[in-house]
Design a protein around this ligand. Structure first.
Ligand code: BTX
Length: 325
């Protein structure tokens, strides 16, 4: 124990048993008053800490927050996550992550916010990011790969989040190419991948994930009423955001490792298996044209292959996909 955060972790692992104030003070090499001050600070942060006479402190309740300590408490495997930087309110976590990456933040650095006031999707479209309702997070990856392989990490992220939602809330999200997660036809998650690269080497991949977690239908702005959903709406109950964030991060580590060790094939299989697009008749709407056909799979580079009516196969690099029937 050396500060408020480590005290919190100590109380969390105690699992409801009291931890002696004297013992904590001895461990930290500080006075019992100093420990008591940390406890007061935790209470100001929204934790409920009970003081049991002669026995010590018990953590009774944690706030609904994405604080580093809470996320770490749920991490099944902490090999991947290096640093978690938590904000109350930001414009967007993306530029913050870019700056951290440029300033040398390592692979596995996480920027997460309770609220975004200027959250964005692809093509600078707005991303609704209400306070305390979702997981608005950017993760910095620094794999040693050439830039043309970077899109594969977008697919890794989709698989990681899709399975995390299933594991944590038993909600069956499916991947819509390139990278939305849907439940039915409604969007539950958007993923935005951005790159810092030299001509031959990736410097950093920033994976932005916007997961709608605890919104109810009327929490969404009117224009999203027919197209958005949340994990809570689908699960029928409140979902622990810190637990879900931890599952996402655990899976990101797990599937990046799988990719590094075994290559793209197992990722491609998982992606296609959990995809909502493959096998469907779709319109791929691009800037200048629209291609209609059956989505048959993705390539090594994350390109969507569509078999068109004339029997030819078209590779789609970037488009909005809509159902064709
Ligand atoms: P996208 O361009 O595929 O989707 C954007 C579209 O999705 C919008 O035009 C709107 O129709 C719809 N939309 C907006 N907000 C929501 C929402 N909360 N739920 C469902 N649909 C919505 C998807 O882009 C990528 C989004 C990435 C968001 C993350 S959050 C953390 C990071 N920071 C940041 O600013 N962006 C990323």
């Amino acid at each position: 124990v050396k500060d408020k955060e480590s005290l919190l972790r100590r109380l969390m692992v105690a699992g409801g048993e009291p931890v002696s104030g004297q013992m904590l003070a001895d461990e930290a090499g500080v006075s019992r008053t100093a420990v008591w001050k940390w406890v007061r600070e935790l209470e100001e942060d929204g934790y409920t800490v009970r003081s049991v006479r002669k026995k010590g402190y018990v953590l009774e309740a944690s706030p609904d927050r994405l604080s580093p300590a809470l996320i770490r408490q749920h991490l099944k495997d902490d090999r991947f996550v290096k640093d978690i930087i938590h904000y109350e309110s930001v414009g967007s976590t993306m530029p913050l992550a870019h700056r951290e990456a440029q300033n040398g933040a390592p692979d596995g650095t996480v920027i997460v916010a309770e609220e975004q006031t200027e959250g964005r999707g692809r093509l600078a479209r707005p991303w609704s990011s209400a306070a305390g309702k979702g997981i608005w997070m950017s993760v910095i990856l620094k794999p040693d790969i050439p830039p043309h392989r970077a899109p594969q990490f977008t697919l890794i992220a989709a698989v990681a989040i899709c399975l995390a939602i299933r594991e944590t809330a038993e909600v069956e999200a499916r991947i819509k190419w390139p990278n939305d997660l849907l439940v039915g036809r409604r969007k539950v998650t958007g993923i935005l991948t951005e790159l810092q690269a030299d001509p031959d080497r990736v410097q950093a991949i920033i994976i932005g994930t916007g997961i709608n977690v605890n919104q109810e239908l009327d929490d969404f702005p009117a224009e999203l009423a027919d197209i958005a959903t949340s994990v809570r709406i689908e699960a029928g109950q409140q979902v622990d955001r810190a637990a879900l964030a931890a599952a996402v991060l655990t899976n990101l580590g797990k599937y990046s490792r799988l990719y590094i060790e075994e290559g793209f094939t197992p990722i491609k299989e998982l992606w296609e298996k959990n995809s909502d697009t493959i096998g469907r008749k779709v319109n791929a709407v691009m800037m200048r044209e629209k291609v209609t056909g059956t989505a048959i799979g993705i390539t090594e580079d994350g390109v969507l292959e569509i078999r068109t009516e004339d029997g030819g196969i078209r590779g789609i690099y970037s488009a909005d996909i809509e159902p064709a029937e």
